[in-house]
Design a protein around this ligand. Structure first.
Ligand code: 1CP
Length: 334
């Protein structure tokens, strides 16, 4: 059994596996090299031989315990026919939702469009470099996907003023998103993903009174669906105010915490395996400080099943040499 599976299924506390969110990405020169020759990000995601190569780049360099497929949560709206573009220094731009057309998309049309992602998983999962390691498939949570589809750009600053205006559009979209997220998850697992992570990057934007509708209910349904396919599921409800309530209601196999969460208090509240937490900005500081901050997490979670990771994606300015140092620090900790 892989270290991550031991941690999750056997509640092993002696192994502290490590991988990093956004480990396949812009801080790696070998990624930037491929990226510079492939200006269309969606096309790159749909090139199974290049996306497989990018997926294993960080494993070659750092021998992490898991790879995460090089893809994007916005491949879901793309698969539903909503065009997505990524602009340099701006982020994603989506076309307006055409709900009537979208409701006519069939499972076959969707799967055909995203088929290179499933091929990428198939190729990568057979690569010997992943022996005794996991391959993460992933999706965006229904809420976060809804946010991008309606907002059409990142909600970094705020949601559009009229975001909540069209109730029937929201209802229809939530149902559609949930249906196709399940299809996307099923195909990833059948192609060889050994674990699924659900990224709810904008969970922190939901008001208390809306949590049931936008977060708890749909995420619980997805989590139960992944469990029914016998693969563990990690949830990352970033900046949700009450992680304990989330875990009690949604019951993922693992919860990833963000860096605003106090690790000591979460340890008291949460019984399931925990992943992540370290502020990615720590990796931009000196080695002594990094060691200190990393060991804080490892000490707090000494007797708890814990997968080392960050509290958000690794920053593009991170020095790969420092990532080596981070991995050594985690592996050498006693
Ligand atoms: O080179 C580039 O310009 C592309 C940058 C990039 C990369 C490397 C984007 C555009 N997506 C990705 C890959 C990606 N995205 C992965 C796989 C690689 C890995 O983790 O190693 C994953 C898991 C994601 C997930 C993702 N995409 C999330 C959830 C996690 C998070 O960061 O909160 C979100 C919100 C997205 C949308 C997205 N895609 C890309 C960007 C720049 C964004 C964020 C836009 C925003 O700020 O709103």
């Amino acid at each position: 059994m892989s270290p991550i599976q031991k941690c999750i299924k056997e509640k092993n506390t002696t192994i502290k596996p490590i991988w990093l969110m956004r480990q396949a990405g812009r801080y790696l020169p070998e990624f930037r090299e491929i990226r510079s020759k492939n200006p269309d990000f969606i096309k790159l995601c749909l090139n199974e031989s290049l996306s497989s190569e990018i997926t294993i780049q960080p494993i070659k360099r750092f021998n992490f315990d898991a790879a995460i497929i090089f893809s994007d949560i916005l491949m879901l709206p793309y698969g539903l026919g909503q065009d997505v573009k990524f602009e340099k220094n701006f982020g994603p731009k989506l076309n307006p939702v055409k709900i009537e057309e979208m409701m006519k998309v069939t499972e076959k049309e969707f799967v055909d469009k995203l088929n290179p992602i499933y091929k990428l998983i198939n190729i990568t999962s057979k690569n010997n470099i992943l022996h005794n390691k996991d391959l993460f498939g992933f999706v965006g949570a229904p809420w976060t996907i809804l946010v991008y589809m309606i907002n059409q750009i990142s909600p970094k600053k705020d949601l559009k003023k009229d975001f909540y205006n069209d109730k029937s559009l929201i209802d229809n979209l939530m149902n559609l998103i949930l249906k196709f997220l399940k299809i996307h998850i099923k195909n990833q697992i059948e192609s060889g993903a050994s674990i699924i992570q659900i990224f709810d990057s904008w969970a922190g934007l939901v008001e208390e009174k809306n949590l049931e509708y936008f977060i708890y209910k749909p995420t619980l349904e997805l989590v139960n669906y992944v469990k029914s396919l016998n693969v563990p599921v990690v949830c990352f409800p970033r900046e949700i105010r009450d992680y304990k309530k989330f875990v009690d209601v949604v019951k993922p196999d693992v919860v990833n915490i963000d860096y605003s969460v106090d690790p000591k208090s979460i340890l008291k509240d949460i019984k399931i395996p925990i992943q992540g937490g370290l502020d990615p900005k720590v990796l931009l500081t000196q080695k002594e400080n990094i060691k200190k901050k990393v060991e804080e997490y490892l000490n707090i979670f000494k007797d708890h099943p814990y997968i080392f990771n960050l509290g958000h994606g690794i920053l593009p300015d991170t020095n790969p040499e420092i990532v080596n140092f981070l991995v050594k620090t985690v592996r050498n900790f006693k």
